[in-house]
Design a protein. Structure first.
Length: 498
């Protein structure tokens, strides 16, 4: 499907309560983007259309490296309804919520400070323009190779406006500010600071300030219960603890602003956290690890951040405005109706695999008419045993084969190269490819070696005479039942820019 005669939908990569997100290809600027569309069941409701447009207008007015960029907005008639769509920067990484799954004692104070400072900088930019996010949670904070990104302004509102119509409150139970629960004040930026304080507390300690309990009790704790004492964190300055607790003040006037929080954390802020490697797991998941500079700063390098976060899993951040499956919550003495994510924010930890090895792919394509030959070089920082497997995505209209048919096969838009010898550091493997391609359909990308996403360079050289090859076709060499790689079916990731 092509939207606006420009954006070709390639793969559905996530779905939330209100929206579906697609990986798409911009056929004008030849780049990969994310396209957010309303869930089909919500398209017929005008209020939902306005929400997506409001998100587009809010984020389009923000230009900040820690906020996901909006490229375009449009509407297209599908199945008898006007379907709005939002074209955004495609962010590859892991949500902070999923990174925290394997960090029962927290991330360590320096990574926690870095996450908080970067999110606070994004919020300060939004607050300066009068925009309040209203759902600052680990699920809406993405760790990427370029640092932290704040996601999902889908329920944002202008500061000073009422929190919701007809006593409706939107947000996430574990992170919602007390004044929003009681409904006594209009929306202010201080509510976002409270939510970020909850995020910071969890990054420092590995848990929330109160024991897990029912959603109603959690709302009561936000309003009436002081947070539990922050557990001791090795080598953490006392000022960090004080800043965190000041964000959790019950009175909004007693909290720092987002800009003041950035300034207060500046002395202790360190580079990161950002993701250096990633490995594909099951559909809509990805295993990633934090970079080496953070593990070197961790007081315990054996069980440090990289080890604790290597099993973090990326999923689509869930929209918060959808009602609970069991129905809206009625909370006597607090608010009439809640439209909240009331699920606990702690997920079961998974076994931590070793951090993935780095890899690099170089692909040089020689074209001649609609045919091409290509030289593929695959390198790694470690050692890969014989029968290693490299997968990559090819555009529509491409056919991929190899000089040795047993080395290369294609399944739809996915090409698979299987190694014949061990792959060791400093000795890249060379594979000859050949096939046909449509000139205007883009280039191969999203190279993944045994589950690790590789850095890649793709170069095209026109009108070169192709060497003699034995070309394999997808039909001739596609197995009847292809086994999935370790961790499940690979999911393409965004090609690094160089």
């Amino acid at each position: 499907m092509v939207l606006g005669e420009r954006y070709r939908l390639v793969e559905r990569i996530g779905a939330g309560g209100m929206a579906v997100v697609w990986r798409a290809y911009d056929q004008v600027l030849h780049r990969t983007v994310a396209v957010k569309m309303l869930s089909p069941r919500l398209v017929a409701q005008p209020d939902n259309l306005r929400l997506l447009r409001a998100e587009a207008l809010a984020v389009a007015g923000l230009s900040h490296p820690r906020i996901t960029s909006v490229y375009d907005y449009g509407q297209q008639r599908l199945d008898g309804h006007e379907q709005p769509y939002l074209v955004m920067e495609l962010v590859d990484g892991v949500t902070l919520r999923q990174a925290l799954r394997d960090a029962s004692s927290g991330l360590g104070w320096q990574p926690a400070v870095s996450v908080t400072a970067q999110v606070a900088a994004a919020l300060a930019a939004a607050h300066e323009r009068g925009i309040v996010h209203r759902d600052v949670t680990p699920a809406n904070i993405m760790l990427t190779t370029a640092g932290v990104k704040v996601l999902d302004f889908g329920i944002c509102v202008l500061a000073g406006f009422d929190d919701g119509a007809d006593d409706e409150l939107v947000g996430t139970v574990d992170y919602i500010a007390p004044e929003r629960v009681t409904g006594r004040t209009a929306v202010t930026p201080a509510s976002d600071v409270y939510s970020l304080g909850m995020v910071m507390y969890r990054c420092l300690s590995g848990h929330l300030p109160w024991e897990p309990t029912t959603p109603t009790r959690r709302l009561h704790q936000h309003v009436f219960s002081p947070p539990d004492v922050l557990p001791p964190v090795p080598d953490m300055p006392a000022a960090i603890r004080e800043l965190c607790l000041s964000c959790l003040a019950k009175n909004p006037a007693d909290r720092p602003t987002a800009a003041e929080l950035v300034a207060g954390l500046e002395e202790w802020n360190v580079p990161g956290p950002r993701l250096a490697q990633e490995a594909d797991g099951e559909t809509h998941t990805r295993l990633l690890a934090l970079p080496a500079e953070l593990t070197r700063r961790d007081p315990n390098p054996v069980t440090g951040v990289a080890g604790r976060v290597a099993a973090a899993v990326r999923t689509m951040p869930r929209r918060r405005r959808a009602g609970l499956s069991a129905g809206a919550l009625a909370v006597t003495g607090l608010v009439g109706v809640l439209v909240l994510n009331a699920g606990p924010d702690v997920a079961d930890a998974t076994q931590t695999p070793p951090p993935p090895q780095a890899c690099h792919v170089s692909l040089q394509i020689h074209t001649a008419g609609t045919g091409y030959t290509a030289s593929l070089a695959v390198g790694t920082t470690g050692r890969r045993p014989q029968r290693w497997q490299l997968t990559f995505t090819v555009p529509d209209g491409w056919r991929v084969g190899g000089v040795r048919p047993e080395e290369v096969r294609q399944d739809g838009l996915r090409a698979v190269v299987t190694g014949r010898t061990d792959l060791v550091a400093g000795s890249p493997a060379a594979v000859a490819l050949a096939g046909t391609a449509t000139a205007s359909s883009g280039l191969p990308d999203r190279f993944v070696l045994d589950g690790t996403t590789c850095q890649s360079n793709v170069d095209v050289i026109s009108s070169a005479p192709p060497p003699a090859v034995v070309q394999s076709t997808p039909e001739a060499h596609r197995p009847a039942a292809e086994p999935e790689p370790h961790g499940g079916k690979p999911k393409p990731s965004k090609k690094p820019k160089h």
